[in-house]
Design a protein around this ligand. Sequence first.
Ligand code: ADP
Ligand code: MG
Length: 627
Amino acid sequence: MRLFLSLLARNRLALAGGIVLSFVVLLALVTPLLPLADPDVTNTADRFKPPFSEGALLGTDHLGRDLLSRLLWGTRLSLAVGFAAAIIAATVGAAIGIIAGYYGGRTDNVIMRGVDMLMAFPYILLALAIVAALGPGLMNALIAVAAVNVPFFARNIRGITVGIAHKEFVDAARLAGLSDTRIILTEILPNVVPVIVIAMSTTVGWMILETAGLSFLGLGSQPPQADLGSMLGEARAALITNPHTSIVPGVMILIIVMSINLLGDGIRDALDPRLRSGALSRPMAATLVKRATPAPEPREEGVLTLTDLETQFHVGKRIYRAVGGVSLHVAPGECLGVIGESGSGKSVTALSIMGLVASPPGVVTGGSARFGETELIGARYETLRSLRGDRVAYIFQDPLATLHPLYKIGDQLIEAIRVHHSVSRSEARARALKLLEDVRIPNAESRLENYPHEMSGGMRQRVGIAMALANDPDVIIADEPTTALDVTVQAQILSLLNELRQSRGLAVIFITHDFGVVAQLCDRVAVMYAGRIVETGPTGAVLERPAHPYTKRLIACVPELGGGRRELHAIPGLPPAVDALPPGCAFAPRCDKAAEACRQGNIDLAGTGDRAVRCLDPEAPLTEAAE
Ligand code: ADP
Ligand code: MG
C-alpha cells in the first residue's frame, strides 16, 4: 500500500488530479455546514446578477437564485450520483463477469449473450430508453447510467476470470475441497479487485458526464433541485446574454472529470505490477549504457571477450550491483562454463552482452563486450539487432516461455531464419527441417506442424537449441538450458550440444549451477559469486584443486554415483544481497577461514595463465608445479 501511494505520488499529473479531486469532494462534504443562501429560493428582482456582486459571489441565475450555493449543492449531488452509479455498475458487472468466467460453458454463454444484447444498443440511447420507461428523476437517471455501464465491467472481469479460473492455485483450492463460493471469494476475487478498481477509476468521470447529460436533457434531477447537468440545461437560454450562468457549472464539470481521469490513469499505472520496478516506463530496445570511463581494451583473445563488465539495477534510490566487473573470453570451438548459486549474476551477465537486460531498471555502468572487432556495449541498436540471434544466439532455461504459444514450431523456426537471411519460404522450411533433424527430433517433418504445447519439455528445449542454431551463429550463450529437464534428457541435450560445438566450431558459454554438467561439457570454467568471478581455470584443474573456498564447497555439493557413502555438505548461510555488498570478499561471512584482511578493501583476481582466484588464502596452489 505504501509502495502504491509512493508510486502514485511520483506521477505528477495523477498527484495534481488527486489533490484537486480531494478538494472538490471535501467541499461537497462540508456544503451543508457552510453559511450559504438557500439554493432553491427564487428572487426574480435579483435575476442575472454578475459574479462578484454584493451577496452573490458567483452571481445569480434566471430566477435570482444564488449560483455559488447551487453550484456547491449541485456538485454534491452530481458526485454522489456519479460515484453511486460507478459502484453499482462495478459490483453488478463484476459479479456477472466472475460468475460467467468461473462457471464457463452454458452459464457463460447465456449470461454473455445477454450482456452482448445490452452492448448492441448505442450507449446514450439505451440510457434514454431506460429513463423513458422508468420516468424522469435523478434516481432513475442513476439506475440508467449504472445499467448501461454494467456490460463494460462484466466483459472486462469475465476475461480476467477465465484466465485465472484455470490457474494451478485454483485447481489446488479445488483439490483441497473448497466450495465454489469459497474459491470465488478467496481465490478469484482478490485477483480481480485491482482490475475492478482500475476500470472504476477510469469510468467514474464518464458516468458523472452521463448523469449530467441526462439532467441537461431534463430527464435527471427535477426543478428546483440543482445538479451540474440541470444547471447547464437551465442556463442554455441565457448562454449569450449571461454566459456566467453556463460557465460556472461547466467549469466545475471540467475540473471534476479532468481530475478524476488524471487520477484514474495514475492508479492504473501504479497498480500494474509490471510497471513497478520499471519506474512507470516501458523497457527500451537495448540496455541503457552509462559508463564513467570509456570501454577498456580487451586483455584476452576470443570470439567473444568481456572485460570488466558492470551491470546494475537502479530501482528508486537502491543500486543492485548484479554484475561487478566480470571478464570472460571464449574461443571458437571452446566451451566456457559459468557456474554459481542462484542470484550470483550469471543471467544478468549473459543478457548484458547483447543489451537484453530490461532498462529501466538495468544499466550497464562499465566495461566492454567485444564480438570479434565489434564493441557491443553501447553499440547502436541496429548493430545489436543484426547480431542478435544471427551471430550470437541464446538458449534460455524455460523453453515453454520462450516459444510463442500460438505459432507452429516450423513457422517460428522459419521466422528466425528469415529475419536475418533473405531466403524463400520453402528454402527456409527446408532449413528448419534440417535443423530439427540435427537436434534429433523424431518425425521432424510432422513436428514442424506442432504447437509448442504439443511437445514434451525435452523436445521443446531441442527446438530452442534448433532455433539458436538457425543462423549458424559463432557464439551460443546457454543459460541453464537443462535445469527444467530430467537427467536422461539432460544427458542427451548435453551430448547434442557437445557434438554441435565440435562439428560447427561453435563457441559456447554454458551457464549452470551444477558442477556435474560443467565437468561433462566445459573446457574451462569461471565460478561466479555475488556478481564477480572468484575463480577461473581449465575444468580439470579447478575440479581437482579448487583454490577458492566457495568453489571447494560447491564441488562438495555434487553427489557422486557409486562413490560410496559420503555426507553432502550444504554451504551455510545465504548469498549476500547485491544492493548491500560487504567490503572485501563477498564470501567472507560464509567462509570458515575468513580472517580480518578478508573483510576489507578490494581483493583482486590473481593468477597465472588461465588459472586465477580471488582469495587471500587459497585452498590449493594454482599450479601443479608449485606443489
Ligand atoms: P543468476 O545467477 O541466478 O542467473 P541473476 O543474474 O538472474 O542470477 O541475478 C543477479 C542478481 O540481480 C540477483 O541478486 C537479482 O536479485 C538481481 N536482479 C535481477 N533482476 C533485477 C531487477 N529487475 N531489479 C533488481 N535486481 C535484480
Ligand atoms: Mg539465471
